[in-house]
Design a protein around this ligand. Sequence first.
Ligand SMILES: CCC[C@H]1O[C@@H](n2cnc3c(N)ncnc32)[C@H](O)[C@@H]1O
Length: 474
Amino acid sequence: MIRDERIPADQLRRIDEEIRSDWPTGDEVDFEEAIRYHESLPDRKRFADVLESADKPLLQPRAGVPRLEDQIELLEYLHGEGKADLLPTTIDSYTRDNEYEKAQEGLENARETGEDTLNGFPAVNHGVEGCRKLIEAIDAPIEVRHGTPDARLLAAITFAGGFQSFEGGPISYNIPYTKRHGLEETIERWQFVDRLAGAYTERGVRINREPFGPLTGTLVPPSIAIAIMLIEGQLAATQGVRSITLGYGQVGNVVQDVAALNALQKLGDEFLPDEVVVTTVFHEWMGGFPPDEARANGVIGLGGMTAAIAQPDKVITKSPQEFQGVPTKEANAAGLRTTRQVIDMAIEQNIDIDGIQEEQDLIERETRCLMDTVLEHGDGDVVQGTLKAFESGALDVPFAPSDSARGAVLPARDDDGRVRIFEWGDLAMDDDIKEIHKARLSRRADTEGRDQSFRMVADDVDAISDGKLIGRPQ
Ligand SMILES: CCC[C@H]1O[C@@H](n2cnc3c(N)ncnc32)[C@H](O)[C@@H]1O
């Protein structure tokens, strides 16, 4: 039975041996040599230090293309024209599914045709050497961004390759991303990733870990997202990770988003061990975008405004081409500049909005209910508690494709667009909190002259791409 305990050195070695054989580049990994490589990197490429020493929100896009020289050119452009403070390397979908053979075919195809035959950078196929060429070519810290339920080989190779930041976690890269990986399996696999990050950390190479806050990306109640961040942060801390960036996806109501980011930092500091440096990252709207670049820039601008008020440590930007999928480098850079323009105009203003503290208190109360139920379910062990709480539905994520979550919770916006819970399923929550949600949702029902129903939820899912925040009846 797996528990929230540091995995022993012999198990770390055994798993390391086991995963190397999954692809030939696994044999390039040599931990001691990799430590020396990291020690040779200049301070401006040390991800955790750059992130944690910043005095205002740092901007980071998503970006990944198959060929190494194209990835270098892309990141140089986003750093130069987009003025990104931190850079990504978004990994392709085959690699995320451990389909290294198919990734290899895609990479070879890209090399022959010059086409972007993969939707990201196949880092396992590029290997330690290829990753190091990228790290050496780019004059800023780079993070591995992906969606990999079994990220063990990807971590071993990218850490050895000079990357010092790694996104994801056993819940946040399971529940929204996969149907077939069980939660126990991904928790065990991510204990290896975090233990490896901890092993680098103990040798002075602090690997930053960033659980994926947005989860299913659409109308996720803030307290559910924050509870899962705290769980993944605790699991990483147990394995020795000391730089953790907790994430949160914009929902679009400024009061609730600012309140949620404040709660995320406060609860992160409270629930994670003192030896961990806790930072926060705000993801610009992760739901459906308007199919119109001007209106898409409006969504991005609202994200910038929210970030200027809440001042998270990092903002993951979107592009005006979000509706179409992977943006051109020009559009990706534009999303960075739009965000920067709004932040820089708003950040020196003293914008005082009513109701943030009240909303933050509510979000904190809700999150504590969820954390309490995890600890109760596991008799104090976060791993067992998480497994049992998801099994019972006491912890749940709306619209989750994974069998590991019930998906019985249904969110809907209230009358000023804050995300509330319309169907609770078996979510562990105090009755008086449920009453608050019910009252705010019925105020919307009155305004719209209709009953609270799944129709509201469906209307809300499309509202922003249709140009609104709340899915009012036509
Ligand atoms: C969290 C994943 C969804 C977001 O991740 C972006 N995304 C995915 N793959 C790439 C890529 N290869 N380059 C730039 N952005 C990318 C999508 O647009 C979406 O916003």
